[in-house]
Design a protein around this ligand. Structure first.
Ligand code: SF4
Ligand code: SF4
Ligand code: SF4
Length: 163
């Protein structure tokens, strides 16, 4: 179970534009101890780890999804990752107003990609089906992000969902 007090610390201290990898320890400790060796970048099976702010590794969901393979963690010589038995991260998808369905254009690309079926489509009277995200089912894998033709999906920390 993800420790909520640690999550708050993680949230408060987090400043980079892109999220860190799953299971990463607190941002403060990470930025202090990560040597930017790039082992995690090379180990990632979907190649979604990019050089972020200051050359520190971060996840770019525009490149693809996280499969939760844990290879980034296993490759880290500095032991900056929590055990795989803990929750990976408090990140979920958020569907924005730019979604084509809001312009009455039919699209279900994100729903088709979501393995856990966290995105359902609700038919609107006289319109097209609108996607709805069940954030309690969303794993934060990011598979829906790069397939959206209008980049309407972002990955946010759970606390930012309602903003
Ligand atoms: S868990 Fe696997 S897919 Fe996800 S960021 Fe780490 S190496 Fe990449
Ligand atoms: S893929 Fe993008 S445009 Fe298509 S339904 Fe999902 S959020 Fe809307
Ligand atoms: S991030 Fe993954 S689990 Fe969440 S809605 Fe997108 S595809 Fe589904």
């Amino acid at each position: 179970m993800f420790d909520r007090s640690r999550r708050r610390l993680f949230m408060r201290r987090r400043t980079p534009d892109l999220p860190r990898m799953p299971w990463v320890i607190s941002e403060a400790e990470f930025s202090e101890r990560c040597s930017r060796c790039n082992r995690c970048v090379e180990a990632c099976e979907t190649q979604i780890i990019a050089k972020g702010d200051g050359g520190f590794p971060a996840v770019d969901f525009g490149r693809g999804e996280c499969t939760f393979c844990y290879r980034c963690a296993e490759s880290c010589p500095e032991h900056l990752f929590r055990p795989q038995t803990e929750a990976a991260w408090p990140i979920v998808a958020k569907i924005g107003e730019g979604c084509l369905a809001h312009q009455k254009i039919e699209c279900r690309s994100c729903g088709d990609m979501c393995e856990v079926m966290a995105i359902r489509f609700r038919l609107q009277p006289g319109g097209v089906a609108l996607p709805e995200l069940d954030s309690s089912s969303c794993t934060g894998c990011g598979a829906c992000v790069s397939v959206c033709p209008v980049s309407a999906i972002t990955m946010v920390f759970e606390e930012q969902e309602e903003e």
